[in-house]
Write a protein that binds this ligand. Structure first.
Ligand SMILES: Nc1ncnc2c1ncn2[C@@H]1O[C@H](COP(=O)(O)OP(=O)(O)OP(=O)(O)O)[C@@H](O)[C@H]1O
Length: 324
């Protein structure tokens, strides 16, 4: 049985538009214009236990809405969702004890208390035994290198330190399914890297099921075996990042090393020059032209080494979203 499964999952938000000003408020008491936003439009997902899947999409694609439906925060408008065999919107306590949602832009820790106090409250809420709590928190705090921070008021912590404490809070009851919505949002590169390494280690050690959204492609590249791309509420791709690049990239990059310097004008006839130095260059060519351009470069220039690369995955995804 997959850990996460959805069939034709849909969510339409309904709100009411109010005209500006006092007159608008008064008018709104009598007539209100209804506005509907179809945030998720028939999403089918199947994620096996132990998978670490990246959930990608541009702003407003419907990622957070999907994660909220999967964690039982929002009711779907229609369709089905199953997480560990439970229907999330039933909010069965057994399911809630086995899942966790971490949101980079929301916090569950009390602002005015040290993180440790929040951990203790969560321990009671999730009925974690004293021994398990101690073992688990010690392990998480050490892995995230925040042992000297957990007794400081949360509002005095840096963004990265706070996020690490949030992760401890979300994981202290050892959930089996973890939804991570932008866990590295706004963090400096060092904290981002630490969190990535931590998640990788946690996944290796415990083999939980992770569904991760991130706008940082490095998070996705380093962590996820598989990605699901959503746009305007619908899934537009499901598979590996390599296949995504194969399918949606129309070009290839030819990386060259030269035995003697080569001028830019000698390169432009083969394709777009992306980089050039005394020692080498990178030329981007249409995918169908790769063989011809490679042969031409080898024949006419002092090439000492050559390799063909796919275009950076970040660019492929940006292109994919823009194309849509
Ligand atoms: N409470 C709400 N009421 C009305 N519309 C909403 C509400 N929450 C989200 N939306 C709309 O639903 C759509 C999907 O939003 P959602 O937050 O799920 O996207 P997202 O993919 O997580 O985006 P981002 O990457 O920017 O976080 C957007 O058009 C958004 O404006």
């Amino acid at each position: 049985m997959p850990a996460i499964e959805t069939r034709d999952l849909r969510k339409t938000y309904v709100s009411h538009k109010k005209a500006p000003g006092i007159m608008g408020s008064i008018k709104g008491l009598v007539t209100r214009e209804k506005v509907e936003v179809e945030a998720v439009k028939g999403v089918d997902l199947s994620i096996e236990q132990g998978e670490l899947v990246g959930f990608l999409g541009p702003n407003g694609a419907g990622k957070t809405t999907t994660l909220k439906m999967l964690s039982g925060i929002l009711y779907p408008t229609s369709g089905e969702a199953r997480v560990l065999g439970y229907t999330p919107s039933d909010r069965n306590p057994e399911m809630l004890r086995q899942i966790s949602l971490v949101m980079g832009n929301k916090q569950q820790l009390w602002w005015d208390l040290p993180a440790w106090d929040s951990f203790v409250v969560l321990k009671e809420l999730y009925e974690v035994s004293e021994a398990d709590f101690k073992r688990r928190v010690d392990h998480l705090v050490e892995a995230l290198q925040i042992s000297d921070k957990v007794n400081t008021q949360v509002r005095k912590l840096s963004l990265g330190e706070r996020m690490k404490c949030e992760l401890v809070a979300a994981l202290l009851y050892a959930p089996k399914v973890i939804f991570l919505d932008e866990p590295t949002l706004g963090l400096d590169v060092v904290s981002q890297k630490r969190i990535r390494e931590f998640l990788k280690q946690l996944h290796q050690e415990e083999g939980g099921t992770f569904l991760l959204t991130s706008h940082y492609m490095q998070d996705v590249q380093e962590l996820c075996d598989r990605v699901v791309v959503i746009d305007h509420g619908s899934v537009v791709y499901e598979g590996t990042l390599e296949d995504l690049s194969e399918r949606f990239s129309d070009s290839r990059r030819i990386r060259l090393a030269f035995s003697t310097p080569v001028q830019e004008m000698d390169l432009v006839r083969f394709g777009r020059v992306v980089e050039r130095s005394e020692e080498g260059a990178v030329v981007e060519v249409p995918r169908a032209e790769t063989a011809r351009a490679t042969a031409g470069l080898l024949e006419s220039l002092p090439v000492s080494d050559l390799s063909i690369e796919s275009v950076d995955i970040e660019e492929v995804i940006r292109d994919l979203f823009e194309r849509k």
